[in-house]
Design a protein around this ligand. Structure first.
Ligand code: HSE
Length: 408
């Protein structure tokens, strides 16, 4: 019998144990191996848990038990999670993880380590929650030249935006609800400032383009500056504001990964994705486009991806089939977002139409109910972002909102 160890008994860890025992017979049949959870590592005590006899606080219990073949790392962060993952891989134990920070910051190194020790490092749960996106990208879509990916990659912010716009809920109340539902990160700054989506687009970019993309190299903006007024203008324009993570190949052969709120027109399916759901569009030369959709966060949806990886790891016992991408010594293959050509929604106070025309030429004006007399909102013509910024600076007045249009 092969044992599984679960590192961390938080939302995802407890969901993994719950789902494993709920569907144990089916999981064993699908994996073709006799499996059981041997250990649950957590620094806390759970004396009333039905699995109380499996808890340990000592990673060595897991490392030294040769029957442990698969480890589910669901602790988060890159401290102990990184050290324990390395030690498990060095012992030839496959590691499956939901930890996007770990994959985004250490993925190239851990994949190499897994290969060297004939085991696997799998991370379907790290991006898109329940949605299968990692495996499709490096297996099912492997025949394509991938040209771009764009998507809603953070459930918490999509939940907050949906509640704010559809139910006029305050940002704080919507965030606190997302925390209660187990969607948000331990420190929700990572969600609302876009860092979580950034880690996910780094993982997808590394997979699609074969070179490790580190989060520090990616331009990232969150949703904290968005207002209901901006959402009203988006609606009058014919779309919705979404936090978008994207990457595309640029004309000079570089790639441009980015995270930012964007006006997404109603013709784009991403504009209709609400609540905790995520959606990812992948563009390739053979498929043109494919879309993946599902619950992006939460206990059982994320556990579903973890348990799926456990089954895969069990099937591949002794062989290393996980994707390997190159480490990147520098960011010279990342394009400067300021060179990207964009149209931008702008909301200003105390600026005349003449000034706007003389800076931007012909623009499309937007309106909203209750629009104050001294407020103007418009969509700029498409131009390089650095040129747009210079023109915006020349306007004077007060810039109340600035949101790019999704162009891919
Ligand atoms: N906090 C993350 C989200 C969890 O809201 O998408 C899933 O990665």
């Amino acid at each position: 019998m092969s044992k599984i160890a679960v590192l961390g008994y938080g939302v995802v860890g407890s969901g993994t144990v719950e789902l494993f025992y709920k569907n144990k017979d089916k999981i064993i049949k699908k994996s073709g191996r006799d499996l059981d959870i041997g250990y649950i590592l957590d620094i806390r005590d759970f004396p009333d848990s039905p699995y109380a006899d499996k808890f340990t606080k000592n990673i060595n219990d897991i490392l030294e038990d040769d029957d442990v073949k698969i480890v589910a790392e669901v602790m988060g962060g890159v401290g102990d999670a990184y050290e324990y993952t390395k030690k498990c891989l060095e012992k030839g134990k496959s590691v499956v993880t939901s930890n996007k920070e770990l994959v985004a910051k250490k993925g190239a190194e851990l994949l190499k380590l897994a290969k060297a020790h004939d085991c696997n490092f799998l991370f379907e749960a790290s991006t898109g929650g329940a949605i299968p996106i990692i495996r499709p990208l490096h297996q099912c879509l492997a025949g394509n030249d991938i040209t771009g990916i764009e998507g809603i990659l953070n459930g918490t912010t999509n939940f907050i935006l949906t509640k704010m716009i559809n139910e006029q809920m305050s940002f704080e109340d919507a965030l606190s609800m997302a925390q209660k539902l187990g969607y948000a990160e331990k420190d929700p700054t990572a969600d609302v400032e876009g860092h979580d989506a950034c880690r996910k687009i780094c993982i997808l970019s590394s997979l699609a383009f074969g070179k490790h993309v580190y989060p520090d190299w990616v331009h990232c903006e969150g949703i904290t500056k968005l207002t209901l007024e901006d959402a009203c203008y988006a609606e009058s324009w014919g779309g919705a504001i979404k936090l978008i993570g994207s990457v595309k190949r640029t004309e000079d052969g570089k790639i441009l990964p980015m995270v930012r709120p964007a006006f997404v027109c109603y013709g784009n399916q991403l504009s209709h994705i609400s609540d905790v759901f995520n959606g990812v569009m992948v563009y390739g030369d053979a498929v043109e486009e494919v879309m993946f959709y599902g619950r992006g966060a939460g206990k059982l949806p994320t556990a579903s991806a973890i348990v799926g990886d456990i089954v895969d790891a069990a099937k591949m016992n002794g062989t290393s089939v996980s994707q390997v991408w190159e480490d990147s010594p520098d960011s010279s293959f990342i394009a400067d977002y300021k060179d990207d050509v964009v149209s931008v929604y702008v909301r200003v106070r105390g600026v005349t139409g003449e000034k706007i025309s003389s800076a931007f030429g012909t623009v499309e004006y937007l309106s909203r109910e209750g629009q104050p007399d001294d407020e103007l909102a418009f969509i700029s013509p498409a131009m390089k972002e650095r040129d747009f910024d210079a023109k915006l600076d020349s306007l004077g007045g007060q810039v109340l909102g600035k949101i790019r249009l999704l162009d891919m």
